[in-house]
Design a protein around this ligand. Structure first.
Ligand SMILES: [Zn+2]
Length: 234
């Protein structure tokens, strides 16, 4: 049997540029993908999916009505998740999003609330940031979840408004515009009465997710759930 030429080429390439772990830069073994086994075991999982009244869900109490919220892992300052998210956002390691999405989908597959979701919607990146970075860091996470959970991925409904400088500084009462006014929705009749799963990278204050949820709730009959890669550990 002849060796697969693509495999041979990849092996030669790996000899000179071995793939390294996105968490600790150790050279990956052939059975490892994106992160090494040591880092994989060090990632602090939240286990939010085991408890619907988890701390991510509680963050939105009294702010916006949501069906469900969960974050996959804890984000500690100087921890491995900070390194992973940094590599994902600023060094083009988009495979981290795929890895986390596929991994989390395994846990979320049996969640009865998420089984009614009609579309997965990412928090939109500012167009200027999108141009600079070239990608939205939550896209691959969302696509992996969408594929595994067999739910459409939708980047059309929710968008970030782009104001000119003079518009963005003050509103008609002379106050600076808040984050609530930054997001809006495009929708048709067929987008009404749907359950949307809003996704983001890290929940910190929850202000962006709250603003996105408020925008989505402008669509009649909408329900919103939230899933994030990570949650800042306070
Ligand atoms: Zn590692």
């Amino acid at each position: 049997m002849f060796p697969n030429p693509n495999r041979m080429f990849q092996n030669i390439l790996n000899l000179f540029f071995p793939p390294v772990c996105s968490g600790c830069k150790a050279v990956l073994l052939s059975n490892e993908n994106t992160i090494c086994t040591v880092c994989r075991h060090e990632i602090p999982l939240t286990n939010h999916h085991l408890n619907p009244e988890n701390e991510a869900f509680k963050k939105f109490y009294g702010r916006v009505p949501i069906e469900y919220a969960a974050a996959f892992v804890y984000f500690h300052k100087k921890g491995i998740v900070q390194e992973l998210i940094h590599n994902l956002k600023y060094r083009g390691h988009e495979a981290i999003g795929t890895l986390l999405g596929k991994w989390y989908a395994e846990e979320l597959k049996t969640n009865s609330i998420l089984q009614t979701v009609d579309a997965i919607i990412p928090v939109p990146l500012h167009p200027k940031k999108l141009r600079e970075r070239g990608y939205n860091q939550v896209t691959e996470f969302g696509k992996a979840l969408a594929e595994e959970l067999e739910i459409p991925f939708n980047t059309q409904i929710l968008y970030r408004q782009v104001y000119s400088k003079t518009q963005s500084q003050k509103n008609r009462f002379g106050r600076t515009e808040g984050i609530d006014t930054v997001f809006d929705v495009h929708f048709t009749l067929s987008d009404q009465n749907k359950h949307f799963l809003l996704i983001d990278d890290v929940i910190t204050t929850g202000a962006t997710l709250e603003a996105c949820t408020k925008a989505l709730l402008k669509i009649p009959g909408t329900k919103v759930s939230i899933v994030c890669m990570a949650m800042a550990d306070s």
